[in-house]
Design a protein around this ligand. Structure first.
Ligand code: UGA
Length: 417
């Protein structure tokens, strides 16, 4: 593995679990040292156990020489964050390729999400290097489960790299999933198109939710009825306060840019992005509807991570909400079971609390941002109601017991209900 971040580490641990010897190389010496000591640098369910159980098969190093000497398949797992233009920043991928020297015995297996055409251009510039595109479809919070039970595995063979592609495909065979053997450009497009489609599905159901609010339908009933149609499916039809994370916002924008750079205006994705931005901000209107001006109002944000079971706050809706609320003059408190301290700097002047109770003390409203199970288990009717100055809840994930809260005297606003 080149890069022991979230993708590299989850992939390394899972391949080790399947019985392979894995060497993971990262350029940050402190990270390599702490991984070698058995420390897990991120919150990902099941990852710690896998790393511990397979410690003998896993080596962490900063040395590219060691990697090249001991392995032939080099899984590139470095990140490709968005640039200001919305394109993907490929500088880390480029420096990996530069570090490889001129070996012709190795293949790069690209796991990083890259623009369509990247594989072809790498192979043109670096003659003799094997190249396989093997995009990852892991979700944060369920990465180990997703790796072990994939819906499909995509393996795109570069020019002259069929043999390497066979070896990559063989690694996944024990998982029993369909293996899509294809060319590199198509494999690259499968990744971007899959994420863009899922984001489109979310923006679609969010718009249905918004219209349902106007017309008196309940979007959860609507999604249930739609989802039973096998052509639609029930996954990724949960309305909320917008998608976040390190992938959907970046990949939708990367595909839009990629299309634009090639002369095609991808109108649908432009709308998907806009709907998502507006969705995050609709919460402000819901608060104003009940509280009027938000100046000096105390607003508690429950959850900071972009979704539960992760401490990742990249492109998290909480950050947009905290800033927007402060822009309206409100005082913001936040609580998250794992992500709040990490995000403190990004939350502007928001007060980071050590418990949900502290965040809710004297609050004029609670906004549920991340559906951490502990928020459903709070004693809303008793303890929480007693603490809050105004019993107002905006449930950004339709996660809480709406009827129970209303019976307990709360004003409850969900999404699309
Ligand atoms: C996503 C994809 O689901 C993975 O297949 C892919 O490998 C990954 O990006 C990637 O490209 O690396 P991830 O970002 O970890 O995975 O998280 P998701 O579970 O997909 O959730 C993304 C966002 O969509 C979250 O903010 C979540 O709250 C939101 N979401 C998801 C909804 O608002 N509604 C839904 O129905 C589902």
């Amino acid at each position: 593995m080149i890069g022991a971040g979230w993708v590299g580490l989850c992939t390394a641990a899972c391949f080790a679990e399947l019985g392979h010897e894995v060497v993971a190389r990262d350029i940050v010496p402190e990270k390599v040292e702490s991984l070698s000591r058995g420390e897990v640098p991120m919150h990902e369910p099941g990852l710690g156990e896998l790393l511990e159980r397979n410690a003998e098969r896993l080596t962490f190093t900063t040395s590219m020489e060691e990697l090249l000497e001991r392995t032939r398949l080099l899984f590139c797992c470095v990140d490709t964050p968005p640039t200001y233009s919305g394109d993907a920043d490929l500088s880390r991928v480029q420096s990996v390729i530069d570090d490889l020297g001129d070996s012709v015995e190795h293949a790069i297996v690209m796991k990083s999400t890259v623009p369509v055409g990247t594989g072809r251009s790498i192979q043109r510039r670096r003659e003799g290097l094997g190249y396989v595109s093997n995009p990852e479809f892991l979700k944060e919070g369920t990465a180990v489960e997703d790796f072990m039970h994939p819906d499909r595995v995509v393996v795109g063979a570069g020019e002259g790299s069929e043999g390497f592609a066979d070896r990559v495909a063989a690694l996944y065979e024990p998982l029993g999933a369909p293996i899509v053997r294809t060319d590199v450009a198509s494999a690259e497009m499968i990744k971007l198109a899959s994420n863009a489609f899922l984001a489109t599905k979310i923006s679609f159901i969010n718009e249905i939710a918004n219209v349902s609010e106007e017309l008196g339908a309940d979007v959860l009933e609507v999604a249930r009825g739609m989802g039973l149609d096998e052509r639609i499916g029930d996954k990724f039809l949960r309305p909320g306060i917008g998608y976040g994370g390190s992938c959907f916002p970046k990949d939708v924008s990367a595909l839009k840019q990629l299309a634009g750079n090639s002369g095609y205006h991808f109108q649908l994705l432009t709308a998907v992005i806009e709907v998502n931005e507006l969705q995050k901000r609709r919460t402000i209107g819901k608060l104003q509807k009940h509280l009027g001006s938000l100046v000096n109002r105390e607003i508690a944000l429950l959850g900071v991570a972009f979704k539960p079971d992760t401490d990742d706050v990249r492109e998290a809706t909480s950050l947009v909400l905290a800033a927007r609320l402060q822009g309206e003059g409100a005082n913001v408190r936040v609580y998250d079971p794992v992500a709040a301290q990490k995000a403190a700097e990004l939350l502007g002047g928001a007060r980071v609390c050590v418990s949900a109770g502290e965040a809710l003390d004297g609050a004029d409203a609670a906004v549920l941002v991340t559906e951490w199970p502990e928020f459903a288990e709070l004693d809303w009717a008793g303890d929480v109601k007693g603490r809050m100055a105004t019993p107002l809840v905006v449930d950004g994930r339709n996660f809480l017991d709406r009827d129970g809260l209303r019976e307990a005297g709360f004003t409850y606003e969900g999404i699309g209900r």
